[in-house]
Write a protein that binds this ligand. Structure first.
Ligand code: ADP
Length: 366
């Protein structure tokens, strides 16, 4: 088993996420403990093409578990998608006698891992992205830290909203997924969450804010996911202008809910990973090494109901497309009926959890 593997590579690619360093540390220490050397590949797939890597010893990954970002750096490397780039990458891996690679990142990173695997290099993916947009896993590394960062920042905004009886519309990251926005809206006591997964009734929110203001409520937090286009800034202006006009009409200035807009943007990506993200990164990193050394390839490490499990990358990617409604002709070819039924069941469950979580948020936001 382990005899085949003399040396493995590890890289972080695509958007960075807190906890990636903890995952690199876990991969490194687990591999070394099993007698396998580790090369840290700089800047994602670019480091394979440019032969930019460093041997990771146990000391090299010391003191990295608390660090945000990724000390191996990350990049978006288009050349890797071309056959010529792939050829260079494989030459570099051969030169360094690297027998397998652990790729930490999001769905783009996994496409790269699948390509490498198809070219004869065993690869295992670890989901590292703040967006939690890999449907096959309950949680991705970085998601918990990103939510914690939103919470800390919104709590501060809430303090000042309460003092001045104001509203803050806060846009948070998440790409096409509303996970960060919905969960933080509950934890921040927001009056609403605007997410791509649930239809937003803007007029109803306006009415609710006016009703709650008349009732004496002073702080109004609305969390908007970046995946909902043309919403956050416009919504802030609308709440401000319409409540101001109402106050003037009724000659009651207290009805004006002065509204500010805030985009947390990349702030949400940074910072030291939370306990949950460090634990998840550690468990996933060790499991990735075990799978690689057991001769497995083209798998993504997932967390399901608290257990660490594996899923084929191909399954994970088609599942994502099915969930997002972006399947193309022929993509379901090759899957068994059982696999397709499993995908449908995972999606139905995820949608149910979203609807229930949204209902919980809406019921208490009063
Ligand atoms: P993420 O992994 O966060 O989704 P990207 O989509 O930017 O981020 O992908 C990260 C990197 O993975 C890309 O820069 C590229 O090097 C590689 N990659 C993405 N898509 C493919 C693909 N279709 N084939 C091969 N490599 C890919």
């Amino acid at each position: 088993m382990a005899t085949k593997f003399r040396k493995i590579g590890v890289l972080t690619s695509g958007g960075d996420a807190p906890g990636m360093n903890a995952a690199v540390r876990a991969v490194t220490r687990a591999a070394l403990a099993r007698g396998v050397q580790v090369m840290g590949i700089y800047g994602g797939y670019r480091g394979m093409i440019d032969d930019d890597m460093i041997e990771l010893t146990s000391r090299e990954v010391s003191n990295k578990i608390t660090l945000g970002g990724t000390f191996l750096y990350s990049d978006r490397c288009l050349e890797f998608k071309e056959e010529a780039g792939m050829k260079k990458a494989i030459e570099t891996l051969k030169k360094h006698e690297i027998d397998g690679v652990v790729c930490i990142g999001g769905d783009g990173t996994f496409r790269g891992a699948t390509d490498l695997s198809a070219h004869g290099i065993p690869t295992i993916g670890i989901p590292g992205t703040i967006d939690n947009d890999i449907t096959a896993t309950d949680n991705t590394i970085g998601f918990d830290t990103a939510m914690q960062t939103v919470l800390e920042n919104v709590d501060r905004l809430r303090d000042t909203c309460e003092s001045h009886a104001r509203c803050n519309v806060i846009e948070v990251m998440g790409r096409g997924a509303g996970d960060i926005a919905l969960n933080t809206a509950i934890a921040c006591g927001a009056v609403d969450a605007v997410i791509p997964e649930v239809k937003f009734d803007e007029d109803a929110l306006l009415k609710k804010i006016v009703r709650l203001r008349r009732d004496g409520k002073r702080n109004f937090i609305v969390i908007v996911s970046e995946g909902v286009e043309d919403c956050s800034e416009r919504l802030a202006k609308r709440i401000n202008d319409e409540t101001k006009a109402l106050g003037e009409k009724e000659n009651d200035k207290t009805l004006w809910v002065e509204t500010k807009f805030c985009r947390l943007a990349h702030v949400v990506r940074g910072g030291s990973p939370t306990l949950s993200d460090r634990l998840l990164a550690t468990k996933m990193g060790v499991r990735a090494v075990d799978e690689l050394l057991a001769g497995k390839s083209d798998l993504v490490i997932c967390e399901k109901g608290g257990e660490i499990v594996t899923t084929e990358i191909k399954f994970s990617q088609v599942l994502d497309r099915m969930y997002k409604g972006t399947l193309k002709d022929g993509m379901l070819d090759g899957f068994t009926k059982e696999q397709l039924d499993e995908m449908k069941a995972i999606i139905a469950e995820k949608k149910k959890v979203f609807e229930e979580t949204y209902a919980l948020m809406a019921e208490l936001a009063n």
